[in-house]
Write a protein that binds this ligand. Structure first.
Ligand SMILES: [Zn+2]
Length: 384
């Protein structure tokens, strides 16, 4: 397989050393327990890639630390300085930065290496030394806001990549598809006034954050129509996700004709995940990856970068991740998903009426996007 057809892979042992500390502060009666956002799910995915032989077929991309200038395109400098000061202070263990984000000493450097790993993947994809890439980093990024960490996220890795693609590579149409089960609030807020970024989030309705990700949030000013939220009811399964992709996600991407597709790739919509109430299988993640890969082939010269976000089932994340990376690379392994028959035998996978209604509302936002794209074509704007 020639280099330009390979899938790049970003991994660094230090990503696994980021430490949120125990979940001990919630209640004095909570016996200390390992934090959800620990290294184990990601390490086990990496190990399954290795054990299955797929890792040998991927092209390793060496991460580098992001520079403060690269990260400051989407974050306030004052926040980055505060984070670095906490990271440099090893006098009191973990720093609770609020909003469910704890930073251990040295955490700033790991977060910068995560953002920089994603930028290394962007370079490889833009220079066509690989066709697409999977970036298996910690900490995750999509909840991080411009001025604060949030929900286990410190630096918004995918936003750093999108801003870099616009500033350094001159792209004017970058699509972000966020299928982590939680709403990508940080990413949305960073680009909601932009038409150079199309942000589409499919997530469990009001799971986290409770107050963002509504279908009514569709971008502002020149960004109106370029944010699409598809909040799905708890209990949604294959049918709801397939309908959302076929009726909203894919038509939106096809209309926008992105030059680059980025995916906030969480596996916490899986049925075994302890933090959500959606019931996807590894085959559903394979389906979503296949769909975005085909859009990338149609519009983006195949340029597609997946950044790992959430996913908290130690048992199941590896199988969902393997199926996704098999699809991304076009290489199959002999590994069978041991949970597949169980989850596929559940009832209510087919699209339910209330799920259909949620998707119909998102279709209305799709029409706003289609109108905006049409207007841009008529006025001859260079941005869309
Ligand atoms: Zn999540």
């Amino acid at each position: 397989m020639s280099a330009e057809n390979t899938t790049g892979y970003v991994w660094h042992e230090l990503y696994m050393w980021h430490d949120q500390g125990p979940l001990a502060s919630v209640s004095s009666y909570l016996q200390p327990v390992r934090h959800w956002e620990g290294p184990e799910t990601k390490r086990r995915l990496h190990n399954l890639l290795s054990a299955s032989g797929l890792l040998d077929e991927l092209q390793m991309i060496k991460p580098r630390p992001a520079t403060i200038e690269e990260v400051a395109r989407v974050h306030d400098l004052s926040y980055l300085k505060r984070m670095k000061a906490c990271s440099d202070d090893d006098s009191k263990g973990h720093h609770n930065l609020g909003h469910e984000a704890n930073l251990a000493p040295g955490g700033y450097d790991i977060a910068m290496l995560a953002a920089g790993g994603a930028l290394a993947a962007l370079k490889a994809v833009m220079e066509a030394s690989v066709r697409n890439a999977y970036v298996l980093v910690r900490p995750p990024g999509h909840h991080a806001e411009r001025d604060r960490p949030m929900g286990f996220c410190f630096i918004n890795n995918i936003a750093v990549v999108a801003a870099h693609a616009i500033q350094e590579y001159g792209l004017s149409r970058v699509a972000i598809v966020d299928w982590d089960v939680h709403h990508g609030n940080g990413t949305q807020h960073m680009f909601e006034e932009e038409d150079r970024v199309l942000f589409i989030s499919i997530h469990q309705d009001r799971l986290y954050p409770h107050d963002t990700g509504h279908v009514s949030e569709k971008g502002k000013g020149s960004g109106e129509g370029f944010t699409i939220n598809i909040p799905l009811p708890p209990g949604s399964g294959s049918g709801a996700y397939k309908a959302a992709f076929e009726r909203v996600v894919i038509p939106a991407l096809d209309a926008y004709e992105p030059e680059l597709i980025l995916v906030s790739c969480g596996f916490d919509a899986a049925y075994l995940d302890p933090l959500s109430h959606i019931m996807l299988s590894s085959e559903d993640f394979r389906f979503m990856m296949k769909e975005v890969k085909e859009v990338a082939r149609r519009h983006s010269k195949g340029r597609l970068i997946c950044l790992h976000e959430g996913g908290y089932s130690e048992l199941y994340v590896p199988f969902c991740g393997l199926a996704s990376i098999e699809e991304l690379s076009g290489i199959s392994t002999q590994v069978q998903d041991p949970c597949l028959s169980e989850v596929q035998s559940f009832g209510y996978h087919e699209l339910q009426l209330h799920q259909n209604s949620a998707i119909s509302q998102a279709e209305e936002v799709l029409h706003v996007l289609l109108e905006r794209v049409e207007q841009k074509h008529i006025t001859g704007s260079t941005t869309v």
